[in-house]
Design a protein around this ligand. Sequence first.
Ligand SMILES: *[C@@H]1O[C@H](CO)[C@@H](O)[C@H](O)[C@H]1NC(C)=O
Ligand SMILES: *[C@@H]1O[C@H](CO)[C@@H](O)[C@H](O)[C@H]1NC(C)=O
Ligand SMILES: *[C@@H]1O[C@H](CO)[C@@H](O)[C@H](O)[C@H]1NC(C)=O
Ligand SMILES: *[C@@H]1O[C@H](CO)[C@@H](O)[C@H](O)[C@H]1NC(C)=O
Ligand SMILES: *[C@@H]1O[C@H](CO)[C@@H](O)[C@H](O)[C@H]1NC(C)=O
Ligand SMILES: *[C@@H]1O[C@H](CO)[C@@H](O)[C@H](O)[C@H]1NC(C)=O
Ligand SMILES: *[C@@H]1O[C@H](CO)[C@@H](O)[C@H](O)[C@H]1NC(C)=O
Length: 690
Amino acid sequence: MAATPWLLLLCLAAAGGGVLQARAQPDSKGFISIDCGLQGDTGRTDNVTKLAYVPDNGEYTDDAGTCHNISAVYITPFMHRSWYNVRSFAAGARNCYTLRSLVPGLKYLVRASFMYGNYDGLNRPPGFDLHVGVNYWHPVKISRPDEAKYVEVIVVVPDDFVQICLINTGAGTPFISGLSLRPLKKTMYPQVTTAQGLVLLNRFNFGPTKNELIRYPDDQYDRLWFPWVNPVLWTEMSTTRKVQNMANDFFEVPPAVLQTAITPWNNGSQIQFSWDPQPQPNDPSPAYFAIMHFTELQLLPSNAMREFYINLNGELWHRDAVTPEYLYSRPSFNTFAARKSQYNITINATARSTLPPIINALEVFSVLPTTNLGTDVGDVSAIMEIRAKYQVRTNWIGDPCGPGTVMVWDSLTCSYPIASPPRITRVDLSSRSLNGGISISFANLKVVQYLNLSNNNLVGAVPDALSGLTSLTVLDLSGNQISGSIPYGLLIKVHDGSLDLRYDNIQDLCTNGSSCQPVKRKSKLAMYIAIPAVVMVMIIVAGVIFCFMRRGRKGSMNNSANPRRELMTSYASGTDVYMDNSLQLENRRFTYEDLQVITNNFQKVLGQGGFGKVYNGFLEDATQVAVKLLSHSSIQGVNEFLAEMESTWHLSMSTCQKEPCKNILKEQNIMVDVYPGNRGSGSHLNLRKD
Ligand SMILES: *[C@@H]1O[C@H](CO)[C@@H](O)[C@H](O)[C@H]1NC(C)=O
Ligand SMILES: *[C@@H]1O[C@H](CO)[C@@H](O)[C@H](O)[C@H]1NC(C)=O
Ligand SMILES: *[C@@H]1O[C@H](CO)[C@@H](O)[C@H](O)[C@H]1NC(C)=O
Ligand SMILES: *[C@@H]1O[C@H](CO)[C@@H](O)[C@H](O)[C@H]1NC(C)=O
Ligand SMILES: *[C@@H]1O[C@H](CO)[C@@H](O)[C@H](O)[C@H]1NC(C)=O
Ligand SMILES: *[C@@H]1O[C@H](CO)[C@@H](O)[C@H](O)[C@H]1NC(C)=O
Ligand SMILES: *[C@@H]1O[C@H](CO)[C@@H](O)[C@H](O)[C@H]1NC(C)=O
């Protein structure tokens, strides 16, 4: 059958980011209400609930999917507006909605709704799966075009966002009509923990006066209480008096639901209902919780009594008989989930009861294990920034590492430690036409071992921060237009053999003494003064090792008139690293006041490094230097800065062992560290001396 093109509508969703950003937040009640596939960017106010429904273009779905109207054939006069349109996801094995600005650790009710309505003109209702975060949630099997399906779960959301994903299982194109999120109180639904959620099977309001759904605003949590009417089997009962929840009630059933109830027809003594377990792909025999709500709606004379037992499959479920309280709700529920082949619930009056049993409302849930952990949040935010910066498409949707190894984003490899979140260990973005600089976010993939960025169009410098990746063993930057030099921290790793660094085209590179070209040595020396300014107490430290050619160089520093100047004794193996054997070293200490003079009171900023600003300065002999000052607001901490200083000294001055260096730091003395090559980010000066 041919598609009917007039039904197929492409979403024109080019609304401004600011407007959409505001919508991505929950509203003042913490609700998120999405009308999937709704066109335009104004949204609509539901005229039953008065809730504002937003369209799902833009950042909810990362622009994935297309909007469609359902076929007019399936639109009925009283149909709710939210069924009119859908968003479908023809491409990709997994497509996700990201609901943001949540409270980590809070319980949320998430409800997805589906009506196929032959939106695609194919008359083929599809089947697919739903995931909540990295946990399997529920299958969606649409059997008829006019079937309206709700899938609801109550879960603890561990992070400040949750992703709801539609998984293509090969049984048709996944689509969705609506998606809602409602925050609950932490004390509600005590069966819900970080390890398990509850998937709704049924939520019934017994004996309603109107055959209508009860929801928001009657239910402040906007649960859907479906009407259960059958006057043939049951006698309905209701009150207009106010019905209240007990203090610390776990369920806060709305009064409108509690005001109606059923009792057995013709004074019978039993209420019975049953359900069959619904096998799930992830659990062939799920366990169930039933929550029953009881309230006495009649003011009973003193000689009357309503008392009953609750039985499951003919066995007492609760040892104690239940006597509902007048106009107060009382829940009865199991605290441990029951796993049976069938569930027959019988509520029978006790022998001494003069009145039949009563029930006002019922909720039945299956247990959803939520033990899969999402990828480490630091890794997630780093890789999300990388995705945004390089506009990586393909399957970079949902959780980067899972669930399972099937869903992992391509180009990534993860490790799955027991009982802790998965981590990203390998990133191969070679030949992906990446443009721009090397993202600093790569340095936030803290346990990455392999990073292949080869054969792209990357430009700019290698970020200094990559030196902090302690697990990194392979870094392939070849086939790019990267400039500047390799950061010092990476050089250390290359030297000690812990890093396989591949590159080409990088100027001023001096990874090994032997590879430094003599012409460069003659023409360029970089000076680098590093200063941590530690919060209140200004601990100022900089290291300087002057290295210059013996020929015609030696005199300049020796002639400088600084009283604190000290000569270091030798340079041992370090000599080979930088220069030919004629290298000489001088070690000099500066005070903060000296550096103020050198930099003319920190006037000229050369650039911004990972730790803070880098300032231009001149020594007494007019030698130009770069002074790096640790900023208070630096993202990287003081400890890392000091560690970098120490490792710098460790490498550059064999005579300066770690402990003495620390002492130097403590004495608030200053050393200046000079070495050839341009340090990483290009923010330090290259000195020219004739
Ligand atoms: C889809 O539905 C919207 C809202 O009812 C309507 O404005 C639009 O004209 C419909 N499009 C088609 C092609 O029927
Ligand atoms: C809802 O609004 C539409 C128009 O916006 C109106 O035709 C319809 O009668 C309203 N329904 C109810 C239940 O108020
Ligand atoms: C049910 O029992 C009550 C009290 O015993 C009685 O008044 C009422 O007539 C009975 N109803 C029916 C339908 O038998
Ligand atoms: C539940 O009730 C049905 C019908 O009364 C009965 O056939 C079935 O055996 C019962 N199941 C159990 C497990 O008691
Ligand atoms: C109600 O159920 C309990 C437990 O199964 C049983 O012991 C009792 O006899 C039943 N009462 C009546 C009146 O059927
Ligand atoms: C990086 O990727 C390219 C292209 O796939 C490959 O040829 C190269 O060997 C990789 N580099 C390393 C170090 O594995
Ligand atoms: C670095 O230099 C040393 C000694 O000059 C040499 O043995 C080593 O092979 C060089 N390493 C590289 C990677 O060039």
